[in-house]
Ligand binder design. Structure first.
Ligand SMILES: NC(=O)C1=CN([C@@H]2O[C@H](COP(=O)(O)OP(=O)(O)OC[C@H]3O[C@@H](n4cnc5c(N)ncnc54)[C@H](OP(=O)(O)O)[C@@H]3O)[C@@H](O)[C@H]2O)C=CC1
Ligand SMILES: Nc1nc(=O)c2c([nH]1)NC[C@@H]1CN(c3ccc(C(=O)N[C@@H](CCC(=O)O)C(=O)O)cc3)C=[N+]21
Length: 295
């Protein structure tokens, strides 16, 4: 009874502190601050909230933040032209185009336009390819943040059974690649998986990245499993307000799991901390300084 709560918020705060110290060293060495450009197309309220919190975190870490906004009606060519300007801008080390994009735009084409060396989301095929073959890459923030929490909790992951639910290019697939690199035995489940609860029960580690509120139930889990809940779902709460829940039924899972991330306060804050880390890594490589240590 009573899983340990994995405090992603606290881990993320510590990581942000380390990034801040490394940024100060970078500024000493290069005479400039690492720069992150965030591009927001349209006025989606949730996206606006994320972009604002990324901006605040970037400035707090001592980095330069460049925000670019385009109307929802902007042409895809205009967005790609902006990305190309940012590619050429020496003050910009990282480029993040907030997803989802308006329906008339092709996300693949936009991501392909980003210089892979500045692709701090790790979404460009050059970076996903490098991750798949084990070369030094910029790794997607959310799965890398999940891996950091898992290693902090469990130490060596070698030989553990890991079940990743979800196969998106931005969470599920890179998560599976990272766990494979740590020598887990990895299963990827998705909407066509038969008998999902039995598959999930194999997992010493379960990562849920589905986008379905509270879908994963406590009685699906192997007792003692470590559960990472990536889901961010806004559902109706009390008094007409909304509340955030994950893809895991937290109360049910906490009774069976060994450890579990809460929502909010779990994976979400890690995503932003790793974005800052990736921006510093990109800046250090571009400045010819090599990878910063301990991050
Ligand atoms: N905390 C954070 O920082 C972040 C959180 N998120 C959250 O993580 C969740 C997943 O995001 P993302 O990967 O982008 O989502 P996608 O919608 O791109 O992918 C969802 C995946 O879940 C699978 N799936 C859907 N329904 C089921 C089901 N009933 N049973 C099993 N598998 C199912 C889909 O399968 P199929 O491929 O067969 O369709 C798909 O692979 C969302 O809640 C999102 O908000 C995302 C990014 C960052
Ligand atoms: N190019 C791109 N890169 C992204 O990384 C990206 C994106 N597009 N589009 C949207 C998703 C989602 N995402 C989150 C970031 C932080 C929290 C986060 O900090 N969540 C807080 C709660 C925030 C709240 O209260 O709303 C928490 O879980 O504690 C959540 C989700 C990044 N994404």
């Amino acid at each position: 009874m009573g899983a340990a709560v994995i405090d992603g918020k606290a881990f993320a705060d510590t990581l942000r502190g380390k990034v801040g110290a490394a940024v100060a060293a970078f500024r000493e060495q290069t005479g400039r601050a690492p720069g992150l450009a965030v591009v927001l197309v349209g006025e989606d309220p949730a996206s606006q909230v994320y972009v604002r919190s990324k901006h605040k975190a970037t400035v707090a870490a001592g980095m330069e933040s460049f925000e670019h906004r385009l109307p929802a009606t902007a042409a895809q060519d205009a967005l790609i032209a902006l990305v190309e300007r940012l590619n050429a801008d020496e003050a910009v080390d990282g480029i993040l185009v907030q997803l989802p994009l308006p329906r008339h735009m092709d996300e693949k084409a936009v991501i392909a336009a980003i210089d892979p060396a500045k692709d701090v989301d790790g979404f460009h095929v050059i970076n996903s390819g490098k991750l798949a073959v084990g070369e030094e890459a910029l790794v997607p923030c959310t799965p890398l943040g999940c891996l950091m929490l898992l290693k902090d909790r469990l130490g060596d992951l070698s030989g553990l059974e890991a079940v990743v639910i979800g196969r998106s290019n931005i969470v599920g697939k890179p998560m599976a690649q990272l766990l494979l690199q740590e020598s887990c035995t990895v299963t990827i489940a998705h909407s066509r998986t038969r008998d999902l609860s039995s598959v999930v029960r194999r997992g010493d580690i379960v990562v849920a990245a589905v986008g379905r509120p509270e879908m994963v139930k406590g009685d699906w889990l192997k007792p003692g499993a470590t559960v990472i809940d990536v889901g961010i779902n806004r559902v109706p709460g009390e008094e007409g307000k909304s509340r955030l829940v994950g893809d895991v039924d937290y109360a049910g899972a906490a009774a069976v799991a060994g450890a579990i991330t809460p929502v909010p306060g779990g994976v979400g804050p890690m995503t932003i901390a790793v974005l800052l880390r990736n921006t510093l890594v990109a800046a250090s490589r571009r400045a010819g300084l090599g990878a910063p240590e301990g991050l």
